[in-house]
Design a protein around this ligand. Structure first.
Ligand code: BG6
Length: 301
């Protein structure tokens, strides 16, 4: 396979470079006093974020496939313009086309705080990996500082109202998922994919992971705090423009069934996904835009 085109006309600030790694994937590498990070043009995919003085924040599978028409496993895949299976077309790619698309680098700059702000763009009309029933443009921004903030804006460029569901499908690194507790979702309704798709209500106690978990929490804009005693840290996941939070861990059998995920990797990851899914999917009028944003902040326990 040919290497993906390397953008050559973009000025990069100190601490930022472009490289092909692994071939043919092109990534922006950030190494500043505040943090290190990787942002792939394939999928506008943040695959690494480590604030100075902290452990790696994002989980990446050692079995990830690195290919043009495959999603990257780990980091922050972008699910857009649909989350999960496409309700109108089961043959359409799971989680939409954004994570399969080659995005264009628009700019990478340093702001006054020394954070690196990288902006990427895509247009579903240009080389779509799958025909999209509703045309759209999207802009992705990542801010690498002591925290990581990612934003995904969608614009309906078609003539018809467009249904949208979406997620910033964030894979957190944890020391041992069986030791982790999750706060912020007490009292929320959730859709449990693993229990006949029932809708349930979360209790008051922090959530713990004791088996395969695949839940969409609805109508919540709350911060979620993941306490991870094995690594001695907390990660706070905050968000804007999002009414759903997905909590996912594949556990043993599903991990073994996934070709691009190691059989023994499930204890080391937990997805807390900033989303608009199921009943929180929305309709976007022609010409309208919507932005979903999440911030990851690490603290010591
Ligand atoms: C989660 C879904 O968001 O993504 C799960 O809730 C799904 O059902 C998981 O298994 C991973 O999806 P994929 O397409 O990246 O394997």
């Amino acid at each position: 396979m040919n290497a993906h085109p390397m953008p050559s006309d973009i000025d990069l600030p100190p601490g930022v470079r472009l490289e092909a790694c692994p071939e043919p994937m092109v990534r922006l590498v950030v190494e500043t006093p505040l943090a290190s990070g990787h942002l792939y043009l394939h999928g506008a995919h943040v695959a690494h974020f480590q604030p100075a003085g902290h452990h790696q924040t994002l989980f990446m599978s050692a079995r990830s496939q690195w290919a043009r028409h495959k999603p990257i496993r780990g980091g922050i895949p972008l699910c857009l313009p649909w989350f999960g299976a496409n309700p109108a077309d089961p043959s359409a790619p799971m989680h939409g086309i954004a994570r399969l698309t080659e995005w264009s680098l628009v700019s990478a700059t340093a702001n006054a705080a020394g954070e690196i702000v990288a902006t990427l763009a895509m247009d579903s009309a240009t080389n779509p990996p799958y025909p999209c029933p509703h045309p759209f443009k999207a802009i992705f921004t990542a801010v690498f500082g002591t925290t990581l903030t990612v934003s995904l804006e969608i614009e309906n460029t078609g003539a018809d109202t467009m249904p949208v569901s979406e997620a910033l499908h964030t894979y957190l690194t944890v020391g041992d998922v069986r030791q982790v507790s999750i706060r912020g979702l007490a009292g929320c309704s959730f859709f449990d994919r693993l229990d006949d798709a029932r809708t349930k209500t979360e209790g008051e106690a922090p959530i713990t992971i004791t088996g395969e978990t695949d839940r969409v929490y609805l109508d919540t804009d709350a911060d979620v705090v993941v306490s991870d005693p094995s690594l001695g840290r907390e990660i706070t996941v905050s968000k804007r423009g999002s009414a759903s939070t997905v909590v996912w861990n594949p556990w043993i059998a599903k991990a073994a069934a996934m070709p691009d995920f190691g059989d023994d990797e499930w204890p080391g990851m937990l997805c807390i996904e900033t989303a608009n899914a199921l009943g929180n999917a929305y309709q976007l009028a022609p010409g309208a835009k919507h932005t979903i944003t999440t911030t990851l902040a690490c603290g010591k326990l």
